[in-house]
Design a binder for this molecule. Structure first.
Ligand code: ADP
Ligand code: MG
Length: 255
């Protein structure tokens, strides 16, 4: 038996920015539940409230109404990867990856070993002592991913982590993420504006409406795990993509 409770659950969650005539209804009301081990992808038009939702989940922002609850069973934290990396230029690559472990007061020797392990997995072993300025955008992004995964989060929150990368690197990192989450059975809430990415990665793909974002559709891509990017070549992939695209296009017009 798995754990019975969702890792994340939101009920009638809404967020408004500002007051009075200038108020912006950014999100909701939205209901969402992410089960342990599940990989949920959220897609929606630009400005529909996706980042707002993730910031609330990460505890960086309060809801205006409704609730969002994260239920972790250990002291391991939820980790978040922002689209804009958020790595520190004055720390070495290894120290960046070790950052979350330092906060958890993991002893230095063990923290270094775990950081190096993740750097190796991300193909960055040779850059452990380098500073981020020496890295390409894709490598910096992999540092951010290694840093988030090194703390072995129970819940991984990712906000368009691959958006700034070129198509080829994006594919490579999608494969790596598939492999990682299929091995570790972590729980992931992944935001993307790419339907392909959502279908490749997700156990479930949720489509959000134009602002204020609500969930208007839910699909389970019919591809068993372990899964690889090769599913892109199947007719099921193409038909699900065009179905979701029709939905999203209507919402994009409203946005
Ligand atoms: P998405 O990530 O889906 O593109 P966001 O969650 O970033 O959308 O934003 C949703 C809406 O809320 C947008 O209209 C945005 O301008 C607005 N918004 C987001 N953050 C703030 C803020 N701190 N203050 C005012 N408005 C905000
Ligand atoms: Mg966003």
């Amino acid at each position: 038996m798995g754990e019975p409770y969702p890792k994340l659950s939101a009920h009638a969650l809404t967020r408004t920015f500002g007051r009075g005539a200038g108020a912006v209804d950014a999100l909701g009301p939205l209901d969402l539940s992410v089960a342990p081990g599940e990989f949920v992808c959220l897609v929606g038009p630009s400005g529909c409230g996706k980042s707002t939702l993730l910031r609330i989940a990460a505890g960086l922002l309060r809801p205006s109404a409704g609730t969002l609850e994260i239920r972790t069973s250990t002291l391991r934290p939820a980790a978040m990867i922002f689209q804009d990396y958020g790595i520190y230029d004055w720390k070495t690559v290894r120290a960046n990856v070790r950052f979350g472990l330092d906060i958890q007061r993991v002893p230095r020797r063990e923290a270094n070993a775990r950081a190096d392990e993740w750097l190796t997995r991300m193909g960055l072993a040779d850059f452990a002592d380098a500073y981020p300025a020496a890295l390409s955008g894709g490598m910096r992004q992999r540092v951010a991913i290694a840093r988030a995964l090194a703390v072995e989060p129970e819940l991984l929150l990712m906000d368009e982590p691959f958006a700034a990368l070129d198509a080829q690197l994006r594919w490579i990192l999608q494969e790596e993420l598939l492999e990682l989450t299929q091995t570790t059975r972590g729980t992931t809430l992944f935001i993307t504006h790419s339907l392909e990415e959502a279908i490749v990665l997700g156990d479930r793909v949720l489509v959000m409406s134009a602002r204020p974002g609500r969930i208007i559709a839910e699909h389970r891509p019919p591809f068993p795990r372990p899964r690889s990017g090769d599913i892109r070549d199947t007719p099921e992939f193409t038909s699900l993509k065009s179905e979701l695209w029709d939905l999203l296009r209507k919402e994009a017009v409203l946005a």
